[in-house]
Design a protein around this ligand. Structure first.
Ligand SMILES: *Cc1c(COP(=O)(O)O)cnc(C)c1O
Length: 222
């Protein structure tokens, strides 16, 4: 199946409320061009260097989403152009994004990553961590970031019930926190769902899915 066919098949299953991030990590520029020609404009990458190389090579009307875990010292390389950072999981990182956004005279949109999976290996904040961060005076002074949503990854398991529970937990938290609205915190985006679990994620209330292998085929490495 071609990338174009995969994209069309996937998009036919989605309603307008769900935004598709095409996860192109490890894939060559030619693959992204094929998706671009099929109309895709939002791409997700998990390494800053790789994303920057692709940003330089491809048309400037593409939206770039950083979906991976981030090293603070590399934020500066994507600050001039990144559209959404999905996996923000510390005050330290928010502080650095705010600093680099200010240098570029931008307001960078971020999602806070919540740890919903039971697996130890997954990153993310607890509900308590999140509430603590957004209550801090330091957070309230960040003028160059805006938290526009939450992101989460379910456990890698065949147990559909567990996946559903994890996504629903995040959706409930999202609905609670939606009531808080400040100049730099206003939740609209709920990023959850990948190739293997996006139908469940959407049923549980996701409005942004991050899909890689179902569009571009299997990756050789992560
Ligand atoms: C790689 C990745 C995806 C896409 O995974 P697929 O299973 O290929 O759809 C989604 N989200 C994150 C955070 C990823 O790292």
């Amino acid at each position: 199946m071609s990338i174009q066919t995969n994209l069309e098949t996937l998009k036919n299953k989605l309603t307008e409320e769900v935004t598709l991030v095409a996860v192109s990590k490890t894939k060559p520029i030619a693959d992204l061009q094929e998706a671009y020609q099929a109309g895709q404009r939002i791409f997700g990458e998990n390494k800053i260097q790789e994303m920057t190389n692709k940003w330089e090579a491809l048309p400037k009307d593409i939206e770039w989403h950083m979906i991976g875990h981030i090293q603070t010292n590399k934020v500066k390389y994507m600050a001039p152009y990144v559209n959404l950072i999905h996996a923000v999981d510390s005050l330290k990182l928010l502080k650095e994004i705010n600093k680099q956004a200010a240098k570029n005279d931008r307001i960078i949109h971020c999602l806070l990553q919540l740890k919903i999976a039971k697996e130890e290996s997954k990153f993310g904040l607890s509900k308590e961590d999140l509430e603590e961060i957004i209550a801090l005076e330091a957070f309230k002074n960040f003028e160059n970031i805006k938290v526009v949503g939450l992101m989460g990854m379910a456990s890698f398991t065949d147990d559909e019930k567990q996946v559903r529970e994890e996504f629903s937990t995040l959706k409930n938290l999202f609905d609670q926190l939606k009531n808080i609205q400040t100049f730099n915190f206003e939740l609209q985006t709920l990023s959850m769902g990948m190739s293997g679990d996006y139908p469940i994620a959407i049923e549980c209330g996701s409005n942004m899915i991050r899909v890689g292998s179902a569009i571009f085929g299997a990756r050789n490495y992560i």
